[in-house]
Each structure stands twice: as structure tokens, then as C-alpha cells.
Design a protein around this ligand. Structure first.
Ligand SMILES: [Mn+2]
Length: 426
């Protein structure tokens, strides 16, 4: 079940609907419409050669398609929605999109609802002056959403953003979706480019740049900073290029002409805060190791420290004999009003698909939405606590609540980890 079948991914891609192509036709833009290249249905060892070759032609085709979409939306205002806790891959690609769209007089605001909690992300935004804004649900109420004609999802498919329902309710259409996570649902976008076999969205955006959608110029400081941000995004989603494939290396090679190595170094110098270190300590103390899985609940965390969870998972997966680490905790805001269980999975096991694993372990909510998903090597989940939120001033209740969630999550994970009860053991 966990075999990361490239066949399935090709199927996803070839089944991908693009109903808007017809629409574009109607608007009669005088550009030749390219036909979709036929996708090789190969899951054997030659796959990587196919991928690299196909990457190039697909990138050129998608880049052209994106240009056409943007042409059709000239002079509009768009919201670029990132996951609640955006990472360097998301942030850098949103910026690249903003610069690309600017050429069509499209004004983009890059927004996220949560926080920039990883010290490296804060450093990235500050040092490159990356134009992302935090829009809480409160901020959203003060905005006139009718002034936006479209929204864009980058490095996510809306499942990790609190902002999505409000934007959809306001009747704003999804114009562009670019991501490398596995397909999360039935979202329809006018321009759609989801490639789960690519390691970083930054690779996809670099391919658009390379195809000429925006001519990078090393004498333009904003271009240099954006290229540096993309390099950071690409590196951080590929474990410092160690999991990078040919396409990612090609993208990094292209960015190397423009990026500022010293600036990147400064971003990477950001240190771990004491609170992150404390969470890593808790994860070490609480971890249980079974069948090469390391599982750790870390209890309650402040919203701002949320990113300590993936960092703890990154750390636990480095233990000898461990191939997969899952770390989770209850994240709450200052007023304890918003509480959510957040978890991260990291794996070095090539045959374990984090997306499949998380979906299988936690299933769906009553609306049919999965609690999480993933990409190669990494995944995450969010479980809302609803009626059980808050009330933590009563420490007995808080403790009891944690124990219930802790046991339930462990139970669900161990069902897959423990081969005796594993219903989907291959
Ligand atoms: Mn990414």
C-alpha cells in the first residue's frame, strides 16, 4: 500500500481536469493552444529519464498556459493564499508569482492566517523583505473581499488554510493552483499545475522562470532576493538537496546564476529558540520506538512555537534504526480559544508514502476532508478539537484532554506501525 507508485501519480496528472481551456478559447486570445503531451505510463526504472524529459516539455507547456491565464486577468487584484504556517518553499514561490503577475498589471497580496514560527522563515522574510502579510480571521472581517477578482493557491491546495472558506464564500474564483503535494480534493482552478513527483514548488516556479515567463536580471535587487528565496525553498524541501532529483538540481543550477549566496547563508544562520529546544527535549523524552517508527506526543505548545513540531520530527528521524518519526502536540493561541492537534511526519524510507500513511492512519472528518497529507519524505496533519477546546486553566482537565488525544493518536498510528494488526501490510 505504501509503495510510492509513480503510475498512480501519472494517472492523477492525466486525469486532471482542465475545463477552463475551453473558456480561454472562447475569450479568443490569439495564441496557439498547445495540446497536452501524452504521458508515458511507465513505473519501471526508466521513470526518472522520462520524468526529466517530460519535466522540460511540461514546464514549457505549463508556463505558456500560465501566461495565457494571466493575460486573461490583466489589471485584476488577486489574493495569494498560503498555508497557515508558510514554509520557505511557499513563501518564495508566492513572491515569484507576484513578480510574474505584476507584468500583467495584476496586483497580488500574499497572505497567511497563522504565524511565521520557524526562525529561518522569519529571517527569510526579514532579510529579503519578502512581501507576505498575516491576515488573521479578525483581519479578514475588516477587508473588502469584493475588490479581489481571483485567488491563488501555492504550495498548498487549501486544506491547510483557515482563510479558504471565507474567500470561497465571498465568491472569489480560484484562478491559479500550483503545488507538489498529492492531490487533496476536487478543487477546480483555471490554471492547474500539481506535480506530486517534484520535490519542491520552487522547482516548478524556477522552470516557469527558465521558460521565460519572467526574465530574471541580476542587476535588479528584487530579482536577486527572490532567486535567493527560491533557492532556500528548494533546499529546505529537498533536505538541503539530498533528496533532490534531476529536475530540482537543474532548477538550482539556474537559480545559481542569480541568487546571493551570502544572503542565503545569513538566512540559514538563524538559531533555534529555547522553546524549540524544549519541545525537542520533550519529544526525545516521550518518544516510543516500534518497528523503526519513532512516535512522540509533546503536549501543549503555544501557537508561535508550532514549527517546533516538524523540527522535533526532523531530529527524531536521525536516530539509528529509526526510518520514520511522527511528533504531535496541541497548539493553542494566547486565549486558548483556538486549539488544534498538529503533527508532523518525517521519513527516510523511500517506500513509505507520507500522504497515504497519514490519510490511512487518521481517515476523514464528517465532511469527507482528510486530516492531513504529505509529499515525498514529509507529511503533516491537523485535527480540530472543536467542543473540547479551551478550559485549560483547570489543569486536571487539560491533562485529561491531552491524554485522550495522545492515546487516540498513538492507537491510530500503531495500527499501521505494528504488523500484527496492520490491515494494509504489503
Ligand atoms: Mn513545498
Amino acid at each position: 500500500m505504501y509503495l510510492n507508485s509513480s503510475l498512480t501519480q501519472f494517472e492523477n496528472l492525466s486525469l486532471e481536469p482542465n475545463p477552463e481551456e475551453v473558456e480561454i478559447d472562447k475569450e479568443s486570445i490569439e495564441l496557439p493552444l498547445l495540446t497536452r503531451p501524452s504521458l508515458p505510463l511507465s513505473s519501471n526504472g526508466e521513470g526518472s529519464i522520462y520524468l526529466a524529459q517530460r519535466g522540460n516539455s511540461l514546464a514549457a507547456q505549463k508556463s505558456e498556459e500560465l501566461q495565457k491565464t494571466l493575460l486573461g486577468h490583466r489589471h485584476e487584484r488577486q489574493l495569494v493564499i498560503l498555508q497557515d504556517f508558510p514554509d520557505p518553499d511557499a513563501l518564495s514561490c508566492a513572491w515569484a508569482y507576484q513578480l510574474i503577475a505584476q507584468q500583467y498589471d495584476i496586483k497580488c497580496e500574499i497572505i497567511y492566517a497563522g504565524t511565521l514560527s520557524h526562525q529561518e522563515n522569519i529571517a527569510l522574510v526579514k532579510l529579503t523583505t519578502l512581501p507576505a502579510q498575516r491576515w488573521t480571521m479578525q483581519t479578514l472581517k475588516t477587508k473588502d473581499l469584493s475588490s479581489y477578482q481571483g485567488f491563488v493557491l501555492i504550495d498548498n491546495q487549501g486544506t491547510t488554510s483557515q482563510l479558504l472558506p471565507a474567500v470561497q464564500q465571498a465568491g472569489i474564483p480560484l484562478v491559479v493552483l500550483v503545488d507538489h503535494h498529492s492531490l487533496q480534493g476536487e478543487l477546480k482552478a483555471e490554471f492547474f499545475d500539481v506535480r506530486p513527483y517534484v520535490r519542491a514548488t520552487a522547482t516548478i516556479f524556477t522552470q516557469y522562470l527558465q521558460a521565460g515567463i519572467l526574465k530574471l536580471d541580476s542587476s535588479v535587487s528584487q530579482h536577486v532576493k527572490c532567486a535567493t528565496a527560491l533557492m532556500h525553498g528548494l533546499r529546505s524541501d529537498t533536505n538541503r538537496l539530498m533528496q533532490a532529483q534531476e529536475e530540482d538540481f537543474m532548477a538550482a543550477a539556474y537559480l545559481s546564476r542569480f541568487y546571493d549566496a551570502q544572503l542565503l547563508n545569513a538566512i540559514l544562520q538563524a538559531n533555534r529558540s529555547k522553546r524549540v529546544m524544549d519541545v525537542i527535549e520533550r519529544s526525545l523524552k516521550n518518544r516510543i520506538v516500534q518497528n523503526n517508527f519513532s512516535i512522540a506526543g509533546v503536549g501543549y505548545l503555544r501557537y508561535d512555537d508550532r514549527d517546533a513540531i516538524p523540527q522535533a520530527a526532523d531530529f527524531l528521524v536521525t536516530e539509528e534504526n529509526v526510518h520514520t518519526a511522527v511528533v504531535y502536540g496541541i497548539v493553542h493561541d494566547e486565549d486558548d480559544e483556538l486549539e488544534v492537534v498538529i503533527g508532523s511526519l518525517r521519513t527516510t524510507k523511500l517506500t513509505l508514502d507520507p500522504d497515504e500513511f497519514i490519510k490511512e492512519a487518521f481517515g476523514q472528518d464528517s465532511a469527507g476532508r482528510f486530516f492531513g497529507g504529505g509529499r515525498t519524505g514529509a507529511g503533516g496533519f491537523e485535527i480540530p478539537m472543536g467542543f473540547l477546546s479551551g478550559g485549560n486553566e483547570n489543569s486536571t482537565y487539560a491533562k485529561m484532554k491531552w491524554e485522550v488525544f495522545d492515546s487516540q493518536i498513538k492507537q491510530k498510528l500503531l495500527r499501521l506501525v505494528n504488523p500484527r494488526d496492520n490491515p494494509i501490510q504489503s
